[in-house]
Design a protein around this ligand. Structure first.
Ligand code: FAD
Length: 328
């Protein structure tokens, strides 16, 4: 978690949609470890919602470790803001019955948008370990979410335009399912085509958009999208951008993603004199990345917010996506 200072000024005026040619922006947050962290997170949600993002997504601990806390944050977004919440869900380690139960709980709470993930196997587990559960991939989770929703809401009545009082049967309430994509390859994939194949499998299963793992250079995203399009991926692929505001954060994400060290960013962070200068490096890098992918045709940007609004809003200001004058 970041320890950067928080803005106190309300920023209701910072509407991205107020800018000409405005880009669609979304954010990822995570549930706090205990309920003590909720008030600060709810303030961050209030501020982020003020710029009218396309959605706010809430992470989910693989194995269901955060189910209740994730749901509390998602329902807060649903009730207290106009922003649609997106629930990350993982399936690793779950039986069909367990995964179905979690999906039902989320749907019952009014959540209809999901980011379907496999999740990382527990440390030491191998791919054919029984501890990995019944669902082998995110694509299977996509299908399960669709099926559970179809069973709950098989059809609905819809008014017939121009025929007062008449109704016809229409398909049930749809769910929207996004999936993960890996511009620099998933750490477990053996070659780059495997990541594209996995994305095609998720699309075939019913996913309608993808969000990428973080990456460091615009070409990594743009070339990946190009490869995906040539292979038949038609769904929007939203670039996930993380402001890397310290050498420590860079080290942690490299451990997670297995990506090669981005020398340019690493050198700039190392050369920065103090925390404030490192933060400025991270913000400038993320803003430049955001502009470059948008210029290259990205359908929007998805910012990893680390439960802190100051940094991601600074990125949006530096990228020219929200007005400069509201800088705290
Ligand atoms: P899958 O796509 O099912 O599999 C991962 C890899 O396995 C593929 O890239 C491919 O190499 C291989 N593979 C799978 N299926 C096939 C196939 N049919 N053909 C060929 N190869 C295949 N983790 C959490 O625990 N909680 C979160 O909230 C969370 N949020 C995330 C959000 C984003 C935007 C991203 C990018 C990742 C997130 N993760 C989260 C991490 C994610 O769970 C891990 O990266 C996990 O290892 C892979 O999940 P997946 O859904 O991509 O899996």
């Amino acid at each position: 978690m970041s320890h950067e200072p928080r803005a106190t000024a309300p920023i209701a005026g910072e509407a991205i949609t107020a800018l000409p040619g405005a880009a669609a922006v979304s954010f990822e947050i995570y549930p706090p470890r205990t309920s003590d962290g909720l008030p600060a997170l709810y303030e961050t949600i209030r501020v982020l919602a003020g710029i009218r993002p396309r959605f706010i997504s809430v992470t989910f601990g693989a194995g269901g470790s955060t189910t209740d806390r994730s749901l509390a944050v998602l329902t807060h977004i649903l009730r207290e803001t106009d922003v649609p919440p997106v629930a990350h869900l993982t399936c690793v380690g779950s039986s069909y019955a367990e995964a179905t139960g979690v999906i039902r709980t989320f749907l019952d709470a009014g959540i209809t948008r999901f980011l379907a993930l496999r999740g990382d196997p527990p440390a030491g587990a191998t791919e054919d370990d029984v501890a990995l559960g019944d669902l082998e991939s995110a694509a299977q989770l996509v299908q399960l979410i669709d099926r559970v929703q179809a069973e709950r809401s098989p059809y609905r009545e819809q008014e017939i335009p121009g025929v007062p009082g008449a109704a016809e049967v229409a398909a049930g309430e749809p769910v929207e399912i996004s999936v993960a994509a890996f511009p620099n390859g998933h750490p477990r994939s053996r070659h780059r085509f495997e990541d594209i194949d996995a994305l095609l499998a998720k699309q075939a299963a019913g996913a309608t958009s993808a969000i990428t793992q973080l990456f460091f250079h615009a070409e990594e995203y743009l070339e990946f999208v190009d490869r995906a399009r040539r292979a038949g991926v038609t769904m929007p692929i939203l670039p996930g951008i993380m402001p890397i505001t310290s050498p420590g954060r860079l080290r942690r994400v490299l451990e997670l993603t297995g990506d090669p060290r981005p020398d340019d960013l690493a050198t700039a962070l190392d050369a920065a004199a103090d925390n404030a200068a490192q933060r400025a490096v991270g913000i400038a890098h993320a803003a430049e990345l955001a502009r470059a992918v948008l210029d290259g045709g990205a359908p929007g940007i998805h910012l990893y917010a680390f439960n802190n609004h100051d940094t991601v809003l600074a990125v949006l200001r530096a990228a020219g996506l929200i007005p400069e004058e509201t800088t705290p």
